[in-house]
Design a protein around this ligand. Structure first.
Ligand code: ADE
Ligand code: ZN
Length: 320
């Protein structure tokens, strides 16, 4: 099953940066971020909130469009090695040019060049979802949404929110989501990872998203699970991330199989793969071991994922 064609809908571009790649950039730029690595050169963090700090420190080594171009090539090489044929990645104008529109366009141009080359050379198609960062606050989210609206199109296909789910409430970000929706972008929000079922309800009601990043804690409220199933709201589930961050002790304890059994459209992603020592191939293997999922089940999920992808129908037809 690890050889099956895979569709990944939830991947943070900076979070997919191999630690050696970030260490190399830091050395080139004489940046001292050695504290984010352990003795083996892996990222080191204590919990989710520390992870966010380490993520931002690692991202500080990415300082130019050229750095992002190299990052995209490195990340898609790994995706292709796992059998990923289509991937949507979260991009943050916060990190790419500080939400300045002119700078953001230059970063995006470089990112697309690397993505086009990877499609040609490795057969993996990438699309972008602009994401605001919840703990950076609603004002910055508005600026991010303006960048998103300006570059919405065939390649930038969605808008979302990541970061600390415990900060503020989805309704604080409504203006940003309305702006993105009016520009034709499809919507997703991280919820139900560190917040409970009410956090998922709030995101669905106040931001009118069609996908939820994680969303797994919906399982704590079966009426909500039924509602997600009935409304066809898709969960971008990242089991290895949830296990690595301590949300569930093992893959066997993860609710993905029960959500699937109850009719929720689940998909499989890696979130921030090197941080969580995972790959798409590993996610498949662990889910096979934990739930005895077979090729048929994985094919169903890959189809479900492509259906839920934000790209246009022509792109989907080429991949299917
Ligand atoms: N940004 C990167 N990974 C994230 C996660 N798992 N939750 C929220 N924000 C993130
Ligand atoms: Zn995420």
């Amino acid at each position: 099953m690890s050889g099956l064609p895979k569709v990944e809908l939830h991947l943070h571009l900076e979070g997919a940066a191999p630690p050696a790649f970030i260490a190399g950039l830091a050395q080139e730029k004489h940046l001292d971020i050695a504290g984010i690595f352990d003795a083996d050169g892996n990222y080191r963090y204590k919990d989710f909130w520390d992870f966010l700090k380490v993520y931002e420190a690692a991202t500080s080594a990415l300082q130019s469009p050229r750095d992002y171009q190299r990052l995209v090539s490195a990340v898609l090489e790994q995706s292709a090695a796992s059998g990923v044929v289509y991937c949507e990645t979260f991009l943050s104008p916060d990190f790419c040019g500080g939400r300045d529109l002119g700078a953001w366009r230059e970063y995006l141009h470089a990112i697309r060049e690397a993505a086009d080359a990877a499609e040609r050379d490795m057969g993996v198609t990438l699309r972008g979802i602009i994401t605001c960062i919840r703990h950076f606050g609603p004002d910055k989210a508005r600026e991010t949404a303006r960048c998103a609206a300006d570059t919405a199109g065939e390649w930038i296909v969605g808008f979302g929110i990541a970061g600390d789910e415990k900060v503020g409430a989805p309704k604080d970000y409504r203006w940003a989501f309305d702006c993105a929706r009016e520009a034709g972008l499809r919507l997703t929000a991280h919820a139900g990872e560190w917040g409970g079922p009410e956090s998922v309800r709030d995101a669905v009601r106040d931001l009118e998203v069609e996908r939820i990043g994680h969303g797994v804690r919906a399982i704590e409220d079966l009426a909500l699970v039924d509602e997600l199933a009935e409304r066809g709201i898709v969960l971008e589930v990242c089991p290895g991330s949830n296990v690595a961050l301590g949300l569930y002790p093992t893959f066997r304890d993860h609710p993905i199989a029960e959500l699937d059994r109850r009719g929720v459209k689940v998909t499989i992603s890696t979130d921030d793969p090197p941080f969580f020592h995972t790959t798409m191939a590993r996610e498949y293997e662990e889910l096979h071991k934990a739930f005895d999922w077979d090729d048929g089940q994985f094919r169903k999920i890959a189809r479900q994922s492509l259906d839920a992808a934000f790209c246009d129908a022509d792109t989907k037809a080429k991949i299917a």
